[in-house]
Ligand binder design. Structure first.
Ligand code: SAM
Length: 263
């Protein structure tokens, strides 16, 4: 299969969240994780009258959201992520801060935390778009359902097809010592978006620039697909909003927020 540029877009060619782990938190400086989490909490606590205590962060990355959950009083807090490098950084940060967050390297599609269920399960910043196989995403929803406590809430966001098809990943910028150039390639047929990422990081002592590349691949899913698969996994009261707002997504929403619960 090829993208609009005629290049092969096989997902297994991706190199994701390895070198980028070390610069991830710097890159995320402008991402409003705290506001997004507040929006999800308003939905869970305000609209649905829940009082979640325990929390699970799916595809937690370096633990930015897990740490917010801990600081907001959730306990226990667990995070899982596929990337060894991201989990290592998350663990190192939690140890340094004395946060009792438990991080495990796992694929969300094979989520297995024996005997544990959580009141509040979140997955933020389009992490689930990285599951490019639709059967695997459906399995992830089933595994998340198993680990959601009765009455618990599952909330996550996805990049909408509009964003992936319209070059939202085409970015060039400098953040502190990091310069990045990203170019995305969209394949209509597979709904895969391949992002070729170049990074240059300035060494603080020598001033030299280190260059590395990563290839990230995300898949676009539709609202009916996700809604059907959440329902098939057992979730009820499934709502979807555009861009972390309070309204349903429109045709030009670039981010979709799903909120569902387990009876
Ligand atoms: C954009 S980062 C978001 C990290 C974190 N949720 C945040 O908001 O900062 C996407 C994360 O998804 C993780 N990821 C990708 N595929 C995954 C999978 N199948 N299971 C678990 N984590 C996965 C990556 O390793 C990466 O850490």
């Amino acid at each position: 299969m090829t993208d609009d540029q005629g290049t092969d877009v096989a997902p297994w060619t991706a190199k994701q969240y390895k070198d980028v782990a070390a610069v991830y938190d710097t890159l995320m400086a402008g991402v409003p994780h705290g506001q997004w989490l507040s929006r999800i909490e308003a939905e869970a606590r305000g609209e649905r009258g829940k009082a979640p205590k325990s929390a699970l962060d799916i595809a937690c990355g370096t633990g930015l959201v897990s740490e917010l959950l801990h600081r907001r009083g959730y306990a226990p807090v667990c995070g899982i992520d596929l990337s060894e490098a991201m989990v290592l950084i998350a663990r190192t940060k939690a140890q340094a801060k004395g946060y009792p967050i438990r991080y495990t390297q796992q694929d969300a599609a094979a989520l297995d935390l024996p005997g544990q269920t959580f009141d509040f399960v979140v997955s933020m910043f389009d992490s689930l778009n990285y599951i490019t196989d639709s059967a695997a995403l459906q399995t992830a929803f089933q595994r998340i359902f198993v680990h959601t406590a009765p009455g618990g809430v599952f909330a996550f966001d996805l990049n909408a097809m509009y964003a992936l098809a319209h070059g939202f990943f085409d970015q060039t910028g400098t953040l502190g010592p990091i310069h990045h150039v990203w170019k995305s390639y969209w394949d209509r047929e597979t709904r895969l978006c391949r992002v070729e990422m170049d990074f240059w990081v300035r060494d603080s002592e020598t001033g030299e620039m280190r260059h590395f590349t990563e290839t990230h691949i995300q898949r676009a899913y539709t609202v009916p697909e996700i809604t059907e698969w959440l329902g098939a996994a057992g979730f009820v009261r499934i709502d979807v909003f555009g861009n972390y707002g309070r309204r349903p997504p429109g045709p030009k929403s670039d981010r979709l927020l799903f909120v569902a619960e387990k009876e």
